[in-house]
Write a protein that binds this ligand. Structure first.
Ligand code: PAF
Length: 295
């Protein structure tokens, strides 16, 4: 595995791979890699000739007062972890090269980015789509791999790729959970033992939603109320949002129809740590894999 820090070097590798007609699979990350990332890498390895992983803690997707400075960074540990996983290139550019002083162009996916997480994290998705577009332009991957854990991010990137005719196929990989149900996330590292236990309210709420739906409940407000009750019973938890939305438009749904893919995303603060999670209904591929270990 070659570690590349400079954009020109990454571009020249990319150009050669294109000329040689090698299929590049790209896994963008912010580091602090865990089994969720490794599952994306496995999928990339299976589908591509060459696997590129990027590690870049993207400052413009963090709002004021968020955890940009505290975000866990350990490039040596991450590089070691993926060096035996079939990754060909680790691209870890410097902030100054990604965002030089005169940087002034942003990618904004309107509307979708203002819903759900966009309400409490204004500007976050503009930062995500901008950096992902820039990475796509540098790496030019045939396939790019994202985790369903960040469902809104995935929806927006797919929209950006469609709207701007970006030449990459977005592959969505299922959420990887700990055995007790907690969705894997780099931010789980912030949780102390008590908070880690309290964080299980997220998956418990989702389990309840699945059970109600399986019992025939179709009214979104009833399911949301039941989920909120579970979360509100946990003293360390504070709800940012719990929603039931259309999988594509992220618009709220009032009655769940069996034929329509539905997303049930939530964001909850466990003390100061903001966690997100989601489940889907009526989306056979993701449902099956999502449920495999926990639901
Ligand atoms: O999901 C993430 O880790 C980030 O949002 C991404 C896609 C790497 C962009 O910084």
């Amino acid at each position: 595995m070659e570690i590349i820090n400079r954009i020109p070097r990454m571009r020249s590798v990319t150009e050669k791979l294109r000329r040689d007609k090698r299929k590049v699979g790209f896994v963008p990350t912010m580091g602090a890699l865990h089994d969720g990332h490794l599952s994306l890498i496995r999928r990339a390895r299976a589908m591509s000739d060459i696997v590129v992983v990027s590690i870049f803690v993207n400052p413009i997707q963090f709002g004021r007062g968020e955890d940009f400075d505290a975000y866990p960074r350990d490039l040596a540990r991450d590089a070691e972890l993926i060096s035996t996983r079939g990754v060909d290139y680790l691209f870890a550019p410097n902030i100054d090269e990604v965002y030089p002083e005169d940087f002034s162009t942003y990618v904004l996916v309107e509307e979708l980015g203002e819903k759900l997480c966009g309400v409490s994290r204004p500007g976050h998705f503009r930062g995500v789509t901008t950096v992902v577009m820039k990475l796509f332009n540098i790496i030019k991957p045939q396939f790019s791999f994202f985790g369903q854990k960040d469902a809104q991010q995935v929806t927006m990137i797919k929209r950006m790729v469609h709207d701007l005719c970006v030449d990459t196929e977005v592959v969505i990989c299922p959420i990887i959970r700990e055995s007790d149900g907690l969705a894997m996330s780099s931010r789980n590292a912030y949780l102390n033992a008590e908070e880690r236990k309290a964080a299980l309210v997220l998956s418990r709420a989702h389990k309840q939603a699945k059970a109600l739906y399986a019992d025939g409940e179709k009214e979104a407000t009833k399911i949301i109320t039941a989920m909120r009750q579970i979360i509100e019973n946990e003293p360390m938890a504070r709800i940012d949002y719990v929603a039931i939305v259309d999988n594509q438009t992220l618009e709220p749904i009032s009655i769940i129809e069996e034929t329509k893919p539905v997303l049930i995303p939530l964001a909850v603060y466990v003390n100061r740590v903001r966690l997100i999670d989601n489940i889907t209904l009526n989306t056979p591929i993701l449902d099956d894999e999502n449920e495999s270990s926990f639901f």
